[in-house]
Design a protein around this ligand. Structure first.
Ligand SMILES: [Zn+2]
Ligand SMILES: [Zn+2]
Length: 659
């Protein structure tokens, strides 16, 4: 018989082979490809006849390796994201296939420690609606819009409980690997050893074994970041996407540039199951989908136990003489420490200072590969002081004297988490000296420099949760879904970091992050307070995040989107050209621009140089395509044939960043 076989890690949808055996769609086989044997998946039976002149399938490895529904999903991803099945399979099946399944030894079951709390009235209402849909066994997507602290996790737990009782399985997506263990803890307390997390910081071997174990049906509840959406799960009944607005759900590196939230909805459709998207700050498109009935909206308008949202005060940095920590924020930090309560400080910039500048000639230390300012990092326990490019990760030794004019010492400009850490430590020390009443207060810093080390984020969250440290300071990692009831002060050191990006989503992102981080305050019995430092107190995303009012932000943002015809009113596709030969990159972009401008229903903008024009010696130029929402963009797959040696082309459908 003649069969089409998709082979992982190729740039093609499929290859055609002859097969002696009686193969079926979804089978895993071994086939020859360019003098090597490769694993592949049968995606189509073309003809029952044996065809001469094409190669034979070598061996059938496993029948029904991938279910029909998952295969449909993979094909959809390839089509929608203008990629190929070969590229999609790279993400979805382990790099080396296990020939024989070895069961995993689970640790002994722990007794359930946690008393299940009684859901509040609004929670019960929401749970009832989801359970109703679960009973029907049909596809349905819910958008659970619940303000920070309204108890969304309890809703998830209840729904999963119902699914598990009926013999089904549940998949829970979280935005960050560092968050998997926080949510794992909640589920593990309730469900014991039926819960597992799968993510990319496991070793290849561990991950592969888990993948097989889950496929065999060993676990009932699977938790993981975006790549977990592809894991084969028997009797899957519900997919929950927590913090659905989070940009970490988008693959930002390689094709296919999928968004796991949207893939989750499509998986729900193909598997005919329930999908729950949860957020306190839904992505504009999601809230719109709920508005037009594509999703069903569920709302939790109040914090549990009638707790109030924290009071948010804006501090205008223009009036604060360029201080990184204003006197008001400093005072509040002191007060909170004296009361022995906890603090979260947020600054979306790691390192000590984002710039090193010469006060005499204006020289700025820049990355030789990207031509962007290098960030100064203080020496750590094991690392020496360095300058680091946050775009390409190039590092060099710290320089002190200006290499340009040699007239003096370079100065630090701006502040990153390390610098704020130093300042807060000074406050802490002073307090300990003056008052002597605070027991060993520790400031913990959490950013990518620290979270990179395996298990480190988990350790920090644990210390903070036990109250052994009083201040948690960090980048976006401290904004996401954390639930520490003793935190009564959140300080936003600089609310403007994202606002300054030239992107149509920068207001939305700013609103989301500020509202999320503000929401970490006052989640326990004591009321919370938030201080937000900004140079733009009048900007609407800052104002509405001060009010923590999503609906008002949504309607303002929708006006702006409509006026400029941005999503959800149109569809965007970003084409990014990259190469070391500047001229070749521009030529290729111009060539494709000419082709696209002749096509109907497409508005092409560009080519333009990217905000980061040069990264790792490669020039970056982009074209932005705007099409009507109904446009069948699948026809643009022909663009893949325009990738050349001198110029790569990265195609991003529904991009989250357009610069
Ligand atoms: Zn100089
Ligand atoms: Zn660089």
């Amino acid at each position: 018989m003649k069969v089409d076989i998709a082979i992982p890690r190729t740039k093609f949808d499929f290859f055609t082979y002859n097969a002696q055996d009686n193969l079926q769609v979804g089978d895993l086989v071994l086939v020859p490809l360019r003098n090597k044997l490769k694993y592949g998946i049968v995606i189509k039976i073309n003809s029952q006849r044996y065809i001469n002149g094409i190669k034979d399938v070598k061996e059938l490895i496993e029948e029904k390796f991938i279910s029909k529904n998952l295969l449909k999903l993979y094909k959809w991803i390839a089509d929608y994201y203008l990629s190929t099945l070969g590229e999609v399979l790279r993400l979805t099946v382990p790099s080396k296939i296990l020939k024989k399944y070895e069961p995993i030894e689970k640790p002994a079951a722990l007794p359930s420690l946690v008393k299940t709390s009684v859901p509040t009235y609004p929670q019960s209402n929401v749970i009832k609606r989801i359970l109703g849909a679960l009973k029907t066994n049909y596809f349905k997507t819910f958008l659970l819009y619940g303000i920070t602290g309204s108890g969304k996790t309890e809703v998830y737990l209840r729904c999963v409980d119902e699914v598990v009782k009926k013999g089904g399985r549940a998949l829970i997506l979280v935005p960050e690997i560092s968050m998997t263990h926080l949510i794992y803890k909640r589920f593990h307390e309730r469900f014991g050893n039926d819960v597992v997390t799968i993510h990319s910081s496991l070793s290849d071997k561990e991950r592969k074994r888990l993948w097989y174990a889950i496929k065999q049906g060993e676990y009932r509840i699977i938790i993981g970041p975006r790549s977990a959406i592809f894991v084969p799960i028997k009797d899957l009944k519900i997919i929950i996407v927590d913090e659905e607005h989070d940009h970490s759900y988008k693959e930002h590196d390689r094709m296919p540039r999928y968004n796991a939230r949207d893939v989750a909805v499509m998986r729900g459709k193909f598997e005919n199951i329930v999908v729950v998207l949860g957020s306190a700050t839904p992505q504009i498109e999601s809230f719109r989908n709920a508005g037009i009935g594509k999703y069903q909206l569920l709302t939790l308008k109040e914090r549990i136990d009638n707790r109030s949202l924290p009071e948010v005060e804006i501090i205008d940095l223009k009036k604060e003489n360029r201080k990184f920590i204003s006197p008001d924020l400093e005072l509040k930090i002191e007060e909170t420490l004296k009361k022995n309560e906890q603090i979260i400080l947020f600054l979306n910039r790691r390192g000590f200072a984002p710039n090193l500048i010469c006060p005499f000639c204006g020289f700025v230390a820049k990355c030789p590969y990207c031509n962007l300012p290098m960030v100064y990092h203080k020496p750590g326990k094991k690392e020496s002081a360095s300058l680091s490019c946050h775009i390409c990760s190039y590092k060099s030794k710290k320089i002190s004297i200006c290499p340009n004019c040699a007239r003096g010492t370079l100065l630090y400009r701006g502040a990153g988490t390390q610098r704020i850490e130093e300042m807060v430590n000074k406050i802490v020390k002073r307090l300990a000296l003056n008052h002597g009443q605070i027991d060993e207060p520790i400031v913990l810093r959490l950013d990518r420099d620290i979270a990179r080390k395996r298990g480190q984020a988990e350790k920090i969250f644990n210390i903070f949760e036990q109250g052994r440290a009083k201040v948690l300071l960090g980048t976006q990692l401290v904004t996401k879904g954390l639930d520490f009831p003793e935190v009564t002060l959140v300080g936003i050191v600089n609310a403007d970091v994202i606002l300054n990006f030239p992107d149509f989503r920068s207001s939305e992102r700013t609103f989301q992050i500020l509202t999320q981080v503000a929401g970490r305050s006052g989640r326990g019995k004591k009321p919370g307070k938030v201080l937000m430092q900004t140079y733009h107190p009048e900007q609407y995303s800052i104002l509405f995040s001060q009010l923590q009012n999503y609906p008002k932000f949504y309607s303002q943002e929708m006006k702006f989107r409509k006026e400029l015809n941005f999503p959800p009113f149109s569809k965007l596709i970003l084409l990014r050209f990259k190469g070391e030969d500047e001229k070749a990159v521009w030529n290729q972009a111009e060539k494709i621009f000419a082709i696209l401008s002749r096509m109907q229903n497409i508005k092409a903008f560009g080519p333009n140089n990217s905000f980061y024009y040069k990264i790792r010696k490669k020039y970056r130029v982009f074209i932005l395509l705007k099409t009507p929402k109904t446009f069948r963009h699948g026809k643009l797959r022909f663009l893949n044939s325009y990738k050349t040696k001198n110029c790569t082309l990265d195609i991003d459908v529904d991009p989250l960043e357009v610069f």
